[in-house]
Design a protein around this ligand. Structure first.
Ligand code: SF4
Length: 243
């Protein structure tokens, strides 16, 4: 009787690092090169990413645009918190996010550079992550997005799609998103263009193929090396059930 091959998640780190580079090459071949360039200015990225938590991209953008109708950053800080919550109502949990956004803007305004976050470019990555995650409502994903997208710093943002695909393929064992940031970054080369391209291509793959429920494994270019496919075949369960 032959022994089935070990799942990726049980393999040593160098093998999982090689698997990540293979995934990167496959996704690039499928979706193309994605040059690293900022989507929007840093403070916009930061506030938008807070609004994006548990919210669709369309509602995030609508909430951001309506928030800016209140005026400049000073005006948003000075506005009644209820007015801010109303402006961002298309984002989920507006009552929680409104005071956090105001407090985040207040702290940034009062920092040495004011609303200019460019000092993050020169801080050691560890310190830049700490500065950002000390702000209310800013977790490691939001901080990583700002540092990678705006300042090309070597961090790897793990959103729900990145987390789900890597857990299913087995580059990481099952763990929460904050721990996945550290685990995946430790396996990847510190090359911002690669980290950016892998992030955005995983996002697309997660939206189109490796969906939360009923992933389209028969169309998946990662299938031949995927732990979930090796285990379940075409019946990979919804991510919340078994990963
Ligand atoms: S084979 Fe299925 S579970 Fe694995 S990465 Fe592809 S779509 Fe996701």
């Amino acid at each position: 009787m032959t022994t089935p091959p070990a799942l990726n998640a049980a393999r040593p780190a160098p093998e999982r690092a090689e698997l990540l580079l293979w995934m990167h090459a496959k996704l690039r071949a499928a979706y193309g090169e994605r040059p690293l360039q900022p989507r929007r200015e840093p403070l916009h990225e930061l506030i938008s990413t807070i609004l994006s938590q548990r919210t669709t991209a369309r509602d995030e953008e609508a909430a951001y645009q309506e928030l800016r109708q209140l005026g400049d950053w000073d005006a948003i800080i000075a506005a009644p918190v209820g007015a801010v919550a109303h402006a961002i109502r298309r984002s989920n949990y507006p009552e929680q996010k409104a005071p956090r956004i105001q407090e985040t803007l207040r702290r940034i305004r009062d920092a040495p550079g004011g609303y200019d976050l460019d000092f993050l470019q020169d801080l050691p990555v560890k310190d830049a992550l700490k500065w950002l995650t000390d702000l209310p409502g800013v977790g490691v994903k939001t901080a990583s997005l700002v540092l990678l997208f705006n300042y090309a710093r070597p961090v790897f943002p793990v959103d729900t799609h990145v987390h789900r695909i890597n857990t299913r393929v087995g580059t990481i064992a099952r763990m929460g998103e904050p721990a996945a940031h550290r685990a995946l970054l430790a396996l990847l080369p510190p090359e911002p263009p690669l980290l950016y391209e892998l992030h955005v291509n995983l996002l697309r793959h997660g939206q189109q193929i490796c969906t939360w429920s009923a992933p389209r494994c028969s169309q998946c270019i990662l299938r031949e090396r995927c732990d979930a496919y090796a285990t379940y075949g075409d019946r990979v369960p919804s991510f919340s059930e078994k990963g």
